[in-house]
Design a protein around this ligand. Structure first.
Ligand SMILES: C[S@@+](CC[C@H](N)C(=O)[O-])C[C@H]1O[C@@H](n2cnc3c(N)ncnc32)[C@H](O)[C@@H]1O
Ligand code: SF4
Length: 367
């Protein structure tokens, strides 16, 4: 597997690095984000337009990283432009504060997937982690999106209820799952990445409620012999993270350094293939020693790999995924705009209806 990549078909592009909440474990709350390479800012419409103009092969963009996308004042125009160009948008958000016209824009411009952070099923429990957040506001916004979806007869955005499992909210897992069903949301329980903050109290009950085989990152690491965060290293190849100002961060874990070029100024393909990022890919695969100027050298995930002498594996699954994305995007590019959108909608509708029957190996390649 090569350490240079082709022109990305999907990427991550931070829309806003500010947030209205103060979740205690979040790097943005702790101040690391604004003091580091990310800085404080919003994606600008002109930069987004240039990126789409220069990269007609882009199919999907993830807009969230360290902040709350709904704080970006240009978001509505960004949604509209992406829709015009047939580029799918996805994001994680806390959804506490959304302007009515932006809520409508999510439906009107067919935002693909919105993952809503909802770690609890009541105001009291939710606000323990989502400091400054209001459970009722999030639920109200979700209900409004559902009404708009009915009004526009649209299945988009698909809504996901993301429940980070803590000791203080595990008793609400089943109620939350039921609420998600009523709100037509996919329920997505995930592990808290810091096992020292509000750890799970009854792992067996959590396993039964979620169907997960592990209930903490410690258990995950003991079972798999690798860091829970190692999956994000693959973003350097498959889904590179670009900052709101065009800096190349590589993955969503890195907020302290960048890889040299600027994706808006120097071109996307060139900037995700600088000497530094190609070197980082070699380092992660254990084929080059650490180097001072490479952000990965200062990352705990890389340090763990070095300590264990166990490197990132880029197996057949990743190669198949890249070839598949490349193949689909080449075909889609030949179609006129309208046909392109219809084909995509039919494909996603088919995928949405059938994915629960797919083997986990294939399903993992979706969202
Ligand atoms: C920094 S947030 C930015 C997006 C948005 N503001 C949100 O909270 O969903 C990026 C992701 O980190 C997740 N996150 C926050 N705290 C976490 C924790 N302790 N463990 C695992 N994921 C966490 C969020 O739910 C979100 O999916
Ligand atoms: S809502 Fe998201 S970005 Fe905001 S503080 Fe919480 S985790 Fe961080």
């Amino acid at each position: 597997m090569a350490n240079t990549i082709g022109s990305p078909v999907q990427m991550r592009l931070e829309a806003a690095s500010f947030c209205n909440l103060r979740c205690p474990l979040c790097a943005t709350t702790q101040g690391h984000v604004h003091q580091g390479a990310v800085g404080g800012g919003f994606l600008r419409l002109e930069d987004f337009r240039k990126l789409l103009d220069d990269n007609p092969g882009l199919e999907r963009i993830g807009l969230s990283n360290t902040g709350e996308i709904f704080l970006n004042p240009a978001l509505l125009s960004i949604l509209e432009l992406a829709h015009e160009r047939g580029v799918e948008l996805v994001a994680d958000a806390n959804l506490n504060k959304v302007r009515p016209e932006v809520l409508e824009g999510l439906v009107k411009y067919q935002f693909r997937w919105l993952v809503c952070a909802l770690d609890g099923a009541s105001e009291e429990t939710y606000s323990i982690y989502r400091v400054r957040g209001k459970f009722a506001n999030v639920i109200n916004n979700i209900r409004k999106v559902n009404e708009l979806k009915q009004h526009y007869r649209s299945p988009f955005p698909e809504l996901v209820w993301k429940f980070i499992i803590f000791g203080h909210n595990e008793h609400e897992l089943l109620v939350a799952r039921e609420m998600a069903r009523e709100l037509d949301m996919e329920f997505y329980p995930v592990l808290n990445r810091d096992p020292n903050f509000s750890p799970v109290r009854d792992p067996e009950a959590v396993r039964a409620a979620t169907g997960l085989s592990v209930t903490s990152t410690d258990e995950y690491e003991a079972l798999h012999g690798q860091s829970f965060l190692e999956i994000y290293c693959h973003q350097l190849w498959d889904n590179p993270q670009i900052n709101w100002d065009g800096k190349v961060l590589g993955c969503c874990v890195n907020s302290w350094g960048d890889f040299g070029d600027n994706a808006f100024r120097d071109g996307l393909r060139a900037s995700v293939n600088t000497e530094q990022i190609v070197y980082a890919r070699k380092m992660l695969r254990g084929r080059a020693p650490p180097r001072e100027d490479i952000p990965c050298t200062r990352c705990g995930v890389y340090e763990g790999m070095r300590k264990r002498g166990q490197w990132l594996e880029r197996g057949a699954r990743h190669t198949v995924k890249l070839i598949y994305w490349d193949f689909c995007s080449r075909i889609l590019r030949w179609l006129p705009e309208r046909a392109r959108r219809t084909v995509k909608l039919l494909y996603w509708d088919f995928y949405r209806r059938t994915r629960r029957w797919l083997p986990a190996f294939v399903r993992g390649a979706g969202r």
